[in-house]
Design a protein around this ligand. Structure first.
Ligand SMILES: C[S@@+](CC[C@H](N)C(=O)[O-])C[C@H]1O[C@@H](n2cnc3c(N)ncnc32)[C@H](O)[C@@H]1O
Length: 199
């Protein structure tokens, strides 16, 4: 079953129940039309992939496309990133979080709706396994500046993004923006290893 019915599964989510094996999944927030997830499933068929999309139209589109291709490694949940990170996932349970071209909410009065803000990034950091990574891209210059600041101030370690996207597909927005020659900002940061407990 590709679409997860949140009334029918354990909360917090248990990966073995959803995927059939316990490996921490890659999570994509705002999957849109699903290009990234569908390509990831083709390139890395052994990886568990969880798509999160709040818009019913896109959620259903990704489910349909994955089903038509017979893909077994994708699960989709129709909810918000906030619901996922503040309620649905266990701490230290996600391998990578991908957030590509999140809505920039350019008006000042809407900035509080932005996904990359300190309390949400804290929740994402808690969701990552030690050594897990958050990967973000945007085409929006003001938002890029804020994202850089929020990530630098978080508990995550900011890394050089260059090598981390080599084996990852582009999203629909990225393809469109590259054709239009728009600048794109990419960010990668890693959760450190857990401190050893003192006896
Ligand atoms: C600008 S589109 C980018 C789509 C895709 N990532 C791409 O790069 O082609 C943003 C997507 O994120 C979804 N979205 C926006 N805010 C969200 C949230 N808080 N939680 C989950 N999905 C969200 C929207 O419905 C939309 O599909």
């Amino acid at each position: 079953m590709i679409a997860i019915d949140l009334n029918e599964v354990s909360v917090p989510l248990v990966w073995e129940e959803l995927f059939g094996w316990p490996d921490p999944p890659d999570v994509e927030i705002g999957a849109g039309k699903g290009r990234f997830l569908l390509e990831m499933a083709r390139l890395h068929p052994d990886r568990s992939l969880l798509g999160v999309e709040r818009a019913a139209k896109y959620h259903e589109m990704v489910c349909r496309r994955a089903a038509r291709r017979g893909i077994e490694s994708i699960r989709m949940v129709r909810t918000t990133a906030e619901d996922l990170f503040f309620r649905l996932v266990k701490p230290s349970s996600v391998a990578r979080i991908h957030i590509y071209f999140p809505d920039p909410w350019p008006k000042k009065r809407h900035h509080k709706r932005r996904l990359i803000r300190p309390e949400a990034v804290d929740a994402m950091a808690r969701a990552l396994v030690p050594g897990g990574r958050l990967l973000v891209k945007t085409d929006h210059p003001d938002y890029a500046e804020v994202i850089g600041e929020v990530l630098a101030a978080s508990s995550l370690t900011v890394e050089d993004p260059a090598s981390h996207f080599e084996d990852l597909p582009e999203t629909s927005y990225e393809i469109k923006y590259r054709r239009e020659d728009r600048p794109i900002w990419a960010f990668v940061c890693r959760r450190g290893q857990l401190e050893p407990r003192h006896a």
